[in-house]
Design a protein around this ligand. Structure first.
Ligand SMILES: C[S@@+](CC[C@H](N)C(=O)[O-])C[C@H]1O[C@@H](n2cnc3c(N)ncnc32)[C@H](O)[C@@H]1O
Length: 275
């Protein structure tokens, strides 16, 4: 079921994402502060309230997690970080109990780095459009042959889907995380109308694309709005999966009939809006 809406504020309310960044602090630093103060608070709880807690490492880790959540919340970190703080040390305690070979820890770190890359800087983690989203974005493609760009294309599945459905169009994806890029690039081989590039999409011009798709995060949207206004061609459209551009009226909002009630926000660059 799909319908168009013109109410950005309502969209922001439904998605319920607070602005990212914890009062402009470096995200890595505020995460570190939350974890370290979580340890200190849990230490105080042990010393003054529950001296027997260290006998149960998992319970102690859970208390540390709860304290880290509290500190993170007080620091104004985005809501999606809270569950990560809650489970970070408990998960480490659980995995440590498995007595895995020591080299697995750095290997796990390197794998995570290759998949998520510098999420601390970009504030855009990897999560993928589902099949229903892919169908809905494909339906938004202009009827004429055109060029389409996916900013941060992840594993490239969205682009492959569209490239199959619309052989008359040309699709470009840009990705900076090495493993997803590698997967997307290998899977695009042999598809003449699909090109996967490695790099930072902020350095790539949006000029000449009829449709630009972005599935990023609230933190990226203000900068993206400026880029769209400066670079997108008249008549082109930005389709933002899930995250609205703040203080900007979308031309349409498409409700996707998936389980997470995804919304696609469609914008025209400022100069061409409402034409
Ligand atoms: C939420 S995922 C969306 C993936 C894909 N577009 C989709 O809809 O399934 C966002 C992707 O953008 C990538 N990304 C974030 N910032 C980037 C940047 N500055 N340049 C290139 N890729 C970036 C991330 O690595 C991640 O793979």
């Amino acid at each position: 079921m799909r319908r168009a809406r013109r109410d950005t504020m309502e969209s922001i309310g439904r998605i319920g994402m607070p602005p990212a960044g914890g009062a402009g602090r470096n995200p890595m630093l505020s995460a570190l502060i939350a974890q370290v103060f979580g340890v200190l608070l849990a230490g105080l709880i042990v010393v003054f309230l529950v001296p027997q807690l260290p006998r149960q490492p998992l319970a102690l880790a859970a208390v540390q997690g709860a304290c880290a959540v509290l500190v993170s919340w007080r620091l104004g970190e985005p809501a999606w970080r809270l569950p990560i703080h809650a489970v970070f040390i408990p998960a480490a305690v659980l995995v440590n109990g498995l007595e895995l070979p020591v080299w697995l820890w750095p290997l796990g770190f390197i794998l995570l780095l290759l998949v998520f890359w510098r999420t601390d800087r970009s504030q855009v983690p990897l999560f993928l459009s589902n099949r229903k989203c892919r169908d809905s974005v494909t339906e938004l493609l202009p009827a004429r042959p055109c060029r389409v760009l996916d900013l941060g294309c992840g594993d490239g599945a969205l682009l492959r889907h569209m490239a199959r459905a619309r052989p008359d169009c040309r699709f470009v994806g840009i990705e900076h995380a090495p493993l997803p890029w590698c997967w997307a690039w290998l899977s695009a081989r042999g598809r003449g109308n699909l090109e996967i590039r490695f790099g930072n999409f902020w350095n790539h011009s949006l000029e000449g694309y009829a449709l630009v798709h972005a599935f990023l995060s609230p933190a990226a949207m203000p900068r993206l709005a400026v880029k769209v206004d400066n670079e997108m061609t008249a008549g082109a459209r930005l389709v933002s999966n899930s995250f609205p551009v703040p203080d900007r009226q979308p031309e349409a909002v498409v409700d996707v009939a998936d389980r997470r009630h995804t919304r696609l926000h469609v914008y025209a660059p400022r100069a061409t809006q409402w034409q």
